[in-house]
Design a protein around this ligand. Structure first.
Ligand SMILES: *Cc1c(COP(=O)(O)O)cnc(C)c1O
Length: 479
């Protein structure tokens, strides 16, 4: 509640630190998703100082704050120059991959006023952000199955899916879930042959693959240099190691960038011209990203990339050596997904819980469209020193999950039979303890919830998840 009288900054910081104690660690490489640690204190310090210096600047009006135009142009030019463009390549600095993708879909939609019912063609492995874009923008999303063994998009199937309503074709470099690169060259060529735009989702890979290539990895062409690629998204708050809120959307030509912009003169207030979804916005993330790029430089990214590549090779080998585990596909970058071999006694989500109580967070991924449930790891520049400890923990987690056995299905069938539409916050709050989930301190065990979700069709998963989120932000889950 709002205090009657203001509190001291020291007291507030102490409270924040207490709250943060329950969070996953953001540094050290034991949280193998969500966070990207450069492991370099001087780089973090530069980003933090720059972020604070620009904290109060409002990105709403670039004519009032010309510093943001200068910084954004420098960031876009630096990024474009490594990704098949140059200092003249048009771009937009956004708050993240999802915003870059929503704006790419909007630009594609608005570049085709001739299409009444626009649709985009995406591989089944494309990031959820494309579905969010379709939902927000009224654009249909047509999913195309991928190879069941390599998890890469199939260029012929993608080409066959293009219709007169298609305004955008998508390829990932790499996909988040399995870390494999779609064949961008034939997909972009097929789109171009039909006069359709092609977006490369390099959100996670755009600022990683160039450095992996420098370190000798075999990286197929994926960037704006590929004929037919019309836009590309690259997140700096991932392998750019910048503070959160930083992504870049690049366009082949500035006419298409116009389609991402928004202007409004239909009201009596200040003239609105926005390049992003947000209007008033802090300039901290832009300054933080600029400072991180400047502070690491080419040599910094190169050595972080080489370290992440080496860590990935060791992790892939190590996982394959643990009986019962299998890496999915052949990872092209430093993202790895693994599953359990056919073994009813070994539950993949229980492995995640067992690793988490031992200090490593592995990200559960539900089965989808014939692709098995898996655990995901994103390996970064700091992962290498922790590889032995990660693999040892994983081996222990597997044997411990094996002795715990499969997740009990009683609670599962009980939940699966519920009418989710009738679940309110209190009902959901009462349900979770019944399947052994508690958020009241300690490390939450999620295997039962993940098993329940995994057994449901996607629409039911979504219904249950939105109700869970609502309960999480209500008093219903207070311990
Ligand atoms: C992370 C990611 C996104 C979404 O990015 P956010 O920054 O989380 O909004 C989109 N595509 C891919 C491939 C990603 O890895």
């Amino acid at each position: 509640m709002l205090p009657d009288h203001g509190r001291s900054s020291a007291e507030l910081l102490e409270e924040l630190n207490t709250l943060r104690a329950a969070d996953l660690p953001t540094q050290g490489g034991r949280t193998t998703a969500y966070v990207y640690d450069s492991g370099r204190p001087e780089v973090r310090a530069a980003a933090q100082a720059a972020y604070l210096a620009m904290l109060e600047v409002n990105g709403l009006d670039p004519t009032a704050f010309p510093s943001i135009v200068r910084l954004e142009r420098e960031v876009v030019a630096a990024v474009a120059s490594r990704l098949g463009g140059d200092a003249t390549t048009p771009g937009i600095f956004t708050s993240g991959g999802t915003e870059s993708i929503i704006l790419a879909v909007k630009a594609a939609r608005d570049s085709r006023p001739d299409v009444a019912n626009p649709e985009i063609v995406v591989p089944a492995t494309a990031h959820a952000a494309f579905h969010k874009a379709g939902h927000y923008l009224g654009v249909r999303v047509k999913q195309v199955p991928v190879s069941p063994t390599s998890f890469r998009a199939l260029p012929e199937a993608m080409a066959d899916a293009i219709t007169d309503d298609t305004v955008l074709v998508v390829a990932s470099a790499p996909s988040y879930a399995h870390g494999v690169i779609d064949p961008v060259v034939p997909i972009a060529a097929a789109a171009a042959a039909r006069g359709v735009a092609c977006h490369v989702d390099a959100c996670v890979g755009g600022w990683l693959l160039p450095w992996l290539a420098d370190a000798g990895a075999d990286i197929p062409p994926f960037d704006l240099g590929v004929p037919g690629v019309t836009s590309l998204s690259v997140d700096l708050h991932k392998f750019g190691y910048a503070p959160k809120g930083a992504s870049v959307l690049l366009f082949r030509d500035s006419a298409m960038r116009l389609g991402a912009y928004f202007a409004c003169a239909e009201w009596p207030g200040y003239t609105v011209i926005n390049s992003t979804i947000q209007s008033s916005k802090g300039a901290g993330p832009l300054a933080g990203a600029w400072a991180t790029l400047q502070s690491l430089g080419t040599s910094g990214y190169r050595s972080l990339g080489a370290a992440a590549l080496e860590a990935t090779r060791r992790v892939v080998r190590g996982i394959s050596d643990i009986p019962g585990l299998r890496v999915l596909g052949t990872p092209d970058a430093t993202l790895v997904a693994f599953t359990v071999d056919d073994d009813p006694g070994l539950d993949v989500f229980t492995i995640a819980d067992e690793a988490r109580v031992r200090g490593f967070f592995l990200q559960p991924q539900l089965s989808y469209a014939g692709m098995p449930a898996s655990l995901h790891l994103t390996l970064t520049g700091v992962s290498e020193s922790g590889v032995d400890s990660l693999l040892a923990t994983l081996a222990v987690a597997v044997s411990s999950a094996r002795s715990l056995g499969p997740v009990s299905t009683d609670a599962l069938s009980q939940i699966a039979s519920l009418d989710f539409a009738s679940l309110d916050d209190a009902a959901l709050g009462a349900l979770l303890p019944a399947v052994g989930v508690s958020f009241a301190g300690g490390t939450p065990r999620m295997a039962a919830v993940n098993a329940v979700l995994d057994g449901l069709p996607p629409a039911s998963r979504e219904a249950l998840l939105t109700r869970f989120l609502s309960a999480l932000y209500s008093p219903a889950l207070d311990g």
